[in-house]
Design a binder for this molecule. Structure first.
Ligand SMILES: [Fe+2]
Ligand SMILES: [Fe+2]
Length: 238
């Protein structure tokens, strides 16, 4: 893809949003693919981006830290934009391991990945140095049996994956404006939720972690009362 413009912004202490806009010719309406990089003794990348953006994402990471020092490559579920270049990052970073939930490890990553995954149980934590991440199982929310989310406990950042997906290619790096209505507008045209029976309860459990930053995969990062925002989303999903 020509004319790739990838931005890098620190959206919480030591947590960087890497964002690449793509035009309507690639995704109808235009879109953004975001990755999040935690700079620490054990650097962690959340989402790899799709293969078409590998060079852009690698270059953006290198603006923050040497790519070969990555220790964990993590993601919410198995899709191109979540982990499509996992093996390419594992090849570049000799100490890097996939970091995912137990279902993803069992069903896909133990086979797909070139290095054995570090699988986290629901609620399990992992120290990266001064940051600590926790895994939250969320099967089928919004989609994929293996789906789950990672949060960072010291900054109360929830890496929210596809939740609150925004269409359009222009978004601020970090906003305090409403993210529910713009994402619901997009979902009316393209409903990507599995609508599993326990979706509301799963979102309620994420709300209980009281995040102050929601790091969206598509759209801006958001700062505010994350518990209220997640409960508002749950109410809309019914
Ligand atoms: Fe997805
Ligand atoms: Fe996504």
């Amino acid at each position: 893809m020509n004319d790739i413009r990838t931005s890098v912004d620190e959206i919480a202490d030591g947590i960087y949003r890497i964002s690449t806009p793509v035009p309507p010719s690639v995704v109808p309406g235009g879109f953004t693919f975001n990755q999040y990089l935690i700079r620490d003794e054990s650097p962690l990348l959340f989402h790899t981006g799709p293969r078409m953006l590998f060079d852009a994402v690698r270059g953006a990471i290198a603006r923050v830290l040497p790519v070969e020092t990555l220790r964990y490559v993590s993601f919410s579920h198995v899709e191109a934009d979540e982990c499509g270049t996992l093996n390419r990052f594992l090849a570049l970073a000799p100490r890097a391991q996939p970091l995912c939930g137990q279902v993803a490890a069992m069903v896909s990553i133990a086979d797909l990945a070139d290095r054995a995954p570090h699988a986290l149980a629901d609620g399990e934590t992992l120290s990266l140095g001064r940051h600590v991440v926790r895994w939250h199982d969320a099967p089928h929310v919004p989609h994929g049996w293996e789906c789950g989310f990672l949060s960072e406990t010291t900054t109360r950042t929830l890496f929210a994956g596809d939740l609150f997906t925004h269409f359009g290619e222009r978004h601020p790096a970090l906003t305090e404006s409403d993210i529910l209505e713009p994402s619901e507008e997009g979902r009316r045209a393209m409903d990507y939720y599995a609508h599993a029976p326990d979706t509301r309860a799963r979102l309620g459990r994420l709300a209980d972690t009281a995040p102050s930053t929601l790091a969206l995969m598509h759209g801006p990062a958001w700062r505010g009362d994350g518990a209220a925002m997640l409960r508002a989303l749950a109410a809309r999903l019914g």
